[in-house]
Design a binder for this molecule. Structure first.
Ligand SMILES: [Zn+2]
Length: 338
């Protein structure tokens, strides 16, 4: 669908707040399938930060954080620009589903997209064509699923082409004060859920030399005020670092960089009760939680064979064999982000 590129919209403006939508298609009823955007264009020239509020329907905290952040800024005080696309998958947002209901596509496995593809491919293409050639940094917001409790953390990939360094990414991630910064493997079967990880927005941006990463801002289907505030503080520090907004950037302590993580699954169905919380360090053999059956008998104590750090912990107690009790870091170190 031909529409005006964001870089041209920004180039034509000065000291303004703008808003609109990127058209991606229509529903049977005639209503639009469109990606809403808000843009601030400073008086002076400078880089462009692009924040995408969500790719997965139930992940809400990032939308609040991005919109609260951008709508509190005075564009006349900026050097450069900030673009917020609140949701890149309006179909999934409407349906409160992670994937697009029309084709079961996961938008964050569909970039750079396809103008002639399924609905999800079209949304990916619509966003990617706008971000490409406009954004200097891209932050793609997520949360964990609503069945988990989680504190904010970061996920990033390192592209083998080396156009963006790990150090550059860590310097932009540190402002969010994540509990952990996970360096995610793009290859299959390395502790991640199945899927096309290389189709993530951040990875496709790295491929063309644009620093990009994911912030997981708490849990799904909720508006968690402290995490929204933490997200806004992160965006603010990032725009200071990029020189878009005046003021000194914050100095950050080294990040806990995670190089291996795993989903912990249960063997027995029943009601799972978590014993630990996100951020906890858990020693080998210590319980992460226990599961009881419908007679109240403990049928499973979930443990890990080695030390781990809890990233996400199951909140919904109802579990069947194979369900995830938690998401944990298995290997980590300290990474300098100064
Ligand atoms: Zn997500």
């Amino acid at each position: 669908m031909k529409q005006k590129p964001m870089r041209e919209i920004l180039a034509a403006a000065r000291g303004e707040r703008l808003e609109g939508v990127f058209q991606s298609g229509t529903m049977a009823s005639g209503s639009q399938i469109a990606i809403p955007w808000v843009a601030l264009r400073g008086i002076k020239d400078g880089p462009c930060l692009w924040i995408n509020g969500q790719v997965h329907g139930p992940e809400i905290n990032g939308i609040f954080a991005a919109l609260d952040f951008v709508n509190a800024l005075d564009p006349r005080k900026l050097s450069g620009s900030i673009v917020v696309t609140a949701t890149a998958n309006p179909l999934a947002l409407n349906a409160r589903t992670k994937s697009t209901p029309q084709d079961e596509g996961d938008l964050d496995q569909s970039f750079p997209g396809n103008a002639n593809g399924l609905a999800t491919d079209r949304l990916a293409h619509t966003l990617f064509e706008q971000v490409r050639g406009c954004a200097d940094v891209v932050i793609n917001m997520h949360t964990m699923g609503h069945m988990f409790d989680s504190a904010p953390y970061a996920v990033y990939k390192v592209h083998p082409n080396g156009k963006v360094t790990e150090k550059q990414l860590l310097q932009l991630i540190a402002p969010f004060r994540p509990g952990v910064a996970c360096r995610m493997n793009v290859e299959q079967g390395l502790g991640e859920l199945p899927g096309n990880i290389a189709g993530a927005l951040d990875y496709q941006m790295l491929a063309i030399g644009v620093p990009a990463f994911m912030i997981e801002l708490g849990s799904g289907s909720r508006a968690e005020a402290p995490y929204i505030t933490q997200g806004i503080a992160g965006f603010t520090d990032v725009v200071r670092r990029l020189g878009i907004l005046g003021g000194a950037p914050v100095k950050h302590a080294p990040l806990r960089r995670v190089t291996r993580r795993a989903h912990v699954t249960v063997a027995h169905g029943g009601l799972f009760r978590a014993a630990r919380a996100p951020g906890d360090s858990v020693r080998a053999g210590e319980p992460l939680g226990t599961t009881i059956d419908m007679h109240g008998k403990v049928v499973e104590t979930v443990t890990m064979p080695g030390e781990c750090v809890v990233i996400g912990m199951r909140r919904d107690p109802v579990v069947h064999s194979g369900d995830r009790a938690g998401f944990v870091a298995l290997e980590w170190d300290e990474a300098d982000c100064s």
